[in-house]
Design a binder for this molecule. Structure first.
Ligand code: GLN
Length: 284
């Protein structure tokens, strides 16, 4: 079987997914341990038996709607390769808008907190792009944290990882910038999402009846973990930017809503208001 024949056969088997040819190319390149472009310059090359077997297995997994990035085992975020597997949500390109907004407010020496870090993508990318920042990342999931730690190690990023529910592991600490891509999908959508998304950890996705549970908790608790003038930067889901921004109004000022690469509102950020800093935190 040649590269071209293998791709044609896989494309047929993957008809039900959105981009069957492209996925087939990525999977075959992985099976051949080369890049997609290198593979495509010699489509008449014959696959070894081992390569053909490995490819067939990958195509079967994709046919069963396993996310491409779980099969390939990696996804780029802010230009860095992150290891991906079912321990954590796959980093999204949309989240790069959140990373860029956080970086606008981070100066060398700043203490930065990444809540619900998952693969570690935000915390690790921030540390790589602003090495002077002192980055802490938390997650309630031990499994996600073990993956995040593997990513920090392979990307050589000195990030402190702590396990616990939101701010619990940093109870007495304050930061200059808090960044988070928390779960934000309404519970009722469970079972109705793209099949691939349903294979990602539910813990990373669902956030109560209206999807706003984590914004409520973060808006209430973040003020006591921010230094005066500190910034809170959040990712939001469809239609959630305005309600999330409204939740920040009580303790934050300079609130802004920013779009992702598709032009959809994706990021809400705000600065701890001087009144809140001086008076101390309103009780939740
Ligand atoms: N952006 C993800 C999705 O809609 C959800 C991630 C999240 O809940 N933080 O697939």
């Amino acid at each position: 079987m040649t590269v071209l024949e293998a791709l044609n056969a896989a494309e047929k088997r993957l008809q039900a997914i959105p981009e069957p040819r492209l996925d087939a190319e990525y999977l075959l390149a992985e099976a051949l341990e080369t890049s997609r472009l290198m593979m495509l310059v010699d489509k008449s090359r014959t696959l070894t038996e081992a390569e053909a077997a490995a490819f067939k297995q990958m195509v079967s997994r994709r046919e069963a709607r396993e996310p491409l990035q779980y099969i390939l085992g990696s996804q780029s975020f802010m230009g860095f390769p992150f290891k991906t597997d079912p321990r954590a949500l796959i980093p999204r390109n949309d989240t790069e808008a959140l990373c860029e907004e956080a970086l606008r407010h981070i100066r060398p020496g700043d203490a930065v907190l990444d809540l619900c870090t998952g693969t570690g993508a935000l915390g690790i990318a921030i540390k790589k792009l602003c090495p002077g920042a002192v980055v802490t990342a938390t997650d309630i999931s031990e499994a996600a944290l073990s993956l995040a730690q593997e990513n920090a190690q392979s990307l050589q990023a000195d990030v402190r990882f702590l396990q616990g529910d939101l701010f619990a592991p940093v109870a007495s600490e304050q930061f200059s910038v808090i960044v988070s891509n928390p779960p934000y999908i309404p519970d009722a959508l469970r079972g109705h999402l793209q099949e691939e998304v349903e294979k990602e950890p539910a813990l990373a996705l669902f956030a109560g009846e209206d999807g706003l549970d984590f914004y409520r908790r973060i808006a209430a608790e973040a003020p006591r973990h921010l230094l005066p003038g500190g910034w809170l930067c959040l990712e939001t889901g469809d239609g959630e930017a305005a309600p999330a921004a409204a939740l920040l109004k009580k303790s934050f000022t300079e609130i802004r809503i920013l779009p992702d690469l598709n032009g959809l509102d994706r990021v809400v950020s705000g600065r701890l208001s001087i009144e809140t800093s001086i008076q101390g935190t309103p009780s939740p």
